[in-house]
Design a protein around this ligand. Structure first.
Ligand SMILES: Nc1ncnc2c1ncn2[C@@H]1O[C@H](COP(=O)(O)OP(=O)(O)OP(=O)(O)O)[C@@H](O)[C@H]1O
Ligand SMILES: Nc1ncnc2c1ncn2[C@@H]1O[C@H](COP(=O)(O)O)[C@@H](O)[C@H]1O
Length: 188
């Protein structure tokens, strides 16, 4: 099973991905987490992407595609991949389709968490207090939202055309959203 948790910054993708890992044993493939780990470890990659991430911009397609490709075997062994924060551009989505096809697999479902903008701002402010992420400032959040609207939202028609998109109300509690995701995944 290969699923994408899709939605704007702060919609709850990471939160729900972790619940699916705990409940279904699948592997979370979060490019944001991978890049933050590289940044915190001070690797060459981390140093290259730090400023881009801190201001809320997207790093290059090549970097994130390579990170994902490296982790696909882990997900295969676990029987499922939860793509979180990837793909974010049409080029990334096309690359993912090609990578999976080369391994005899495909994306099974794209779960889009629908959350209104005021709630995104509230969640981002709460996360800023709890986690202190460098890109949870008001300025960086604006850039991330703009990048989502300008580049990532184009994936909605992309996956709709493939018949894979399932919209889920992301405005409820974490458990309510998880139940809606489970229904979307377990539907035929
Ligand atoms: N259903 C929910 N109700 C209230 N708060 C939530 C809900 N889901 C997640 N949150 C909180 O909102 C914040 C953002 O959630 P999360 O990090 O999962 O979002 P995300 O979509 O992965 O964001 P990003 O794309 O910016 O990494 C976190 O502080 C999280 O605890
Ligand atoms: N798929 C991605 N394409 C480009 N840049 C990405 C991608 N995933 C993560 N990034 C960078 O990391 C931060 C944080 O990502 P989150 O998914 O919000 O944790 C993002 O703003 C990009 O700079």
């Amino acid at each position: 099973m290969n699923i994408i948790l899709f939605g704007p910054p702060g919609a709850g993708k990471g939160t729900q991905a972790k619940k699916l890992v705990a409940e279904r044993g699948w592997v979370q493939l979060s490019t944001g987490d991978m890049l933050r780990a590289a940044k915190e470890a001070g690797t060459e990659l981390g140093r290259r992407v730090a400023a881009i991430m801190d201001r809320g911009d997207l790093v290059s397609d090549e970097i994130v595609i390579e990170l994902i490709e490296e982790r696909l075997p882990d997900a295969e062994r676990a029987g499922g991949a939860i793509f979180d924060g990837f793909p974010r551009t049409v080029a990334q989505a096309e690359a993912l389709d090609a990578l999976l096809k080369g391994r005899g697999a495909e994306i099974d479902r794209v779960v889009r968490l629908v959350v209104d903008q005021d709630e995104l701002v509230r969640r981002m402010a709460k996360r800023a207090e709890e986690e202190g992420r460098a890109d949870d400032t008001v300025e960086a959040f604006k850039v991330r939202l703009k990048n989502y609207n300008d580049q990532t939202a184009a994936l909605i028609p992309y996956y709709k055309a493939q018949g894979k998109l399932a919209d889920v109300d992301g405005m409820g509690t974490v458990d309510e959203v998880a139940a809606s995701i489970a229904s979307a995944l377990d539907a035929d």
